[in-house]
Ligand binder design. Sequence first.
Ligand code: GAR
Length: 208
Amino acid sequence: MHNLGILLSGRGSNFLAIADAIASGKIPDARIAVVISNLADAPGLAAARDRGLNAIAIESRGRKRQEHDAEIVATLQAHHVDLVCLAGYMRLLSPGFIQAFPQRILNIHPSLLPAFPGLDAQLQAFEHGVQVTGCTVHFVDEQLDHGPIILQRPVPVFPSDDPHTLADRILEQEHIAYAEAIARVLSGNYQIIGRRYLPKARTAPTKA
Ligand code: GAR
C-alpha cells in the first residue's frame, strides 16, 4: 500500500479528485496518509477533515522556509508517506525538502510547461493569446515548475473565453491528469533518462 501525502494552500479540488480516484480504483493500492496546508483556513484542509483524513495545518507565516519545510518533512515521514503530491501548494520547496523525497514529489501546473511557469499560468496564457494551453504533471526539482514531465493534457482556448472559463476548462483536465500521473508513478513502470519520463516497455510474462 502506498501512502500519499498531499500539500495544498487553497480550495483543494485536485486533492478531492485524487481522493475520488483512489476510492474508485483509478489509483490502485494507495491511500491518503495525511493532508498538510501552510494555511490553517485553506478550504481544502476542511474538506480533508470532512472526509475523515488526517488534516494538519503547519503555518508558514513568519517562519524561515527551511525550518517550516523541515517540520513538514518530519510530519510526512511520521505518516510513512512515500509519494508527496503538491495540489495547489503555493510555496517553493527548499532543497532539503526535495532531497528528503528524491523523485517522489509531484506537482500539477495549469499550463503546458515550459510555457507560463509561476503564478496565474492560465491568465498568462490567455493574455499571451495562445490557442492551445493545458496542464502538466511533473516531478519537482529545485527550480520552479521545472522537473521531468510525467503527463500533459492540452486544452483549446476559444475566442469566447475569458480567463475564468479557460481556467475552468483547464481544471477539468487537471483532475484527470493528476490521477493518471499518480497511478503511473506508483506503478513504477517508467524510467527517467535526462529530463525524459519514459514508460518501460511491458515484457511478456515468461512461461514456467
Ligand atoms: C490548480 O489550478 C493548480 O494547477 C494550481 O493551483 C490550482 C489549485 O486548485 N497550481 C499552481 O499554479 C502551482 N504553480 P485546487 O486547490 O482546486 O486544486
